[in-house]
Design a protein around this ligand. Sequence first.
Ligand SMILES: NC(=O)c1ccc[n+]([C@@H]2O[C@H](COP(=O)([O-])OP(=O)(O)OC[C@H]3O[C@@H](n4cnc5c(N)ncnc54)[C@H](OP(=O)(O)O)[C@@H]3O)[C@@H](O)[C@H]2O)c1
Length: 346
Amino acid sequence: MNKTKVGIINVTGYAGVELARLLHQHPQVELTSVTGRSAAGQKLGKVFPHLAGIDLTIETELDEVDLVFSAMPHQESAKEVITLLDRGIKVVDISADFRLKDATEYQNWYSFTHPAPQLLKQAVYGLTELYRSQVASARLVANPGCYPTGAILALAPVVKEGLIEPDIIIDSKSGVSGAGRTLSLRTHFSEVNEDVTAYALDGHRHLPEIVQELKLLRPEQPLSVTFVPHLIPMTRGILTTCYAPLASGKVAAGKKAAEELRQLYLDFYKDEPFVKVVESPPHTKHTWGNNLCLIHPTIDPRTGRLIVISCLDNLVKGAAGQAVQNMNLMLGLPETTGLEALAIYP
Ligand SMILES: NC(=O)c1ccc[n+]([C@@H]2O[C@H](COP(=O)([O-])OP(=O)(O)OC[C@H]3O[C@@H](n4cnc5c(N)ncnc54)[C@H](OP(=O)(O)O)[C@@H]3O)[C@@H](O)[C@H]2O)c1
């Protein structure tokens, strides 16, 4: 049987190499073409020895393929995506360039004028758990950001059901690979090791994405969201803790409340292969290298406040794994194909 040919634009970043790893073990597609700027002309396995089993050369241009993943930085990605769509090629864009529906937000948050605002309507936000049928028929999927994936999945059930007051705090901690492979002082070993810090307190670029998607779940409810990301000394993983006051009278009182809440999450995600509602606070290590988002909802018995903790691997469910999940749907394959790997431990 002929396998679907897929390519990666910008295989030399962390999202790109993780895609190559996952696509290599995918039984229904063949990775036939990869591009990269700095390493063009070199064998993929020479630049990234852990990918030595893939016999490909990093090129400047893609060969003919049926579907492409763009793992370019924002603004650069949009240019590539527009050309690919004109050639009739399906695209999963891992950058932020097609995630926001309002083109003016790109000026506000990313400091560029969007080159194709008409495509923002067409692009499907690739959070499969919320947009499964739209992803299946999309020609352009905007793969969600790593922080938004954990935050939206953690909050979707209670926002949709109107169970919380619209005053939400999202506190996230990310490993350093979330900042990409490009060198910067901020991510040097001696700066990050033995250190934890908050950043982007005046507004992180993932905030408008989180707000956009939560609002779409319950348009009639105004939302006030504070999102504070933190950088912590580990390679992969995002742990997100969300807090919000419960809306009065919507959830049973006392011990029953936490049970009711847990049941709501179990029902909401009952058919989801990559979202697991867990009984105790999850560890990022439980998702290392796999496509799961683990969620633990509970209620602080002293204040009655909702607490929901989620965790995922930023390079898998937060990037490359979710992109493969979207590709599977776009190609009519079972959603879990090539993504069944368990987490690596310890
Ligand atoms: N890291 C994550 O956890 C994560 C999660 C979700 C989404 N994303 C998104 O995925 C995309 C890639 O992120 P990443 O973390 O993989 O980044 P990265 O590791 O920093 O890779 C960026 C790569 O982009 C290339 N590059 C930089 N500027 C370029 C330009 N102007 N034109 C062409 N290529 C350029 C560089 O490759 P060369 O040196 O070979 O030119 C660099 O290796 C971004 O849009 C990011 O927002 C990342």
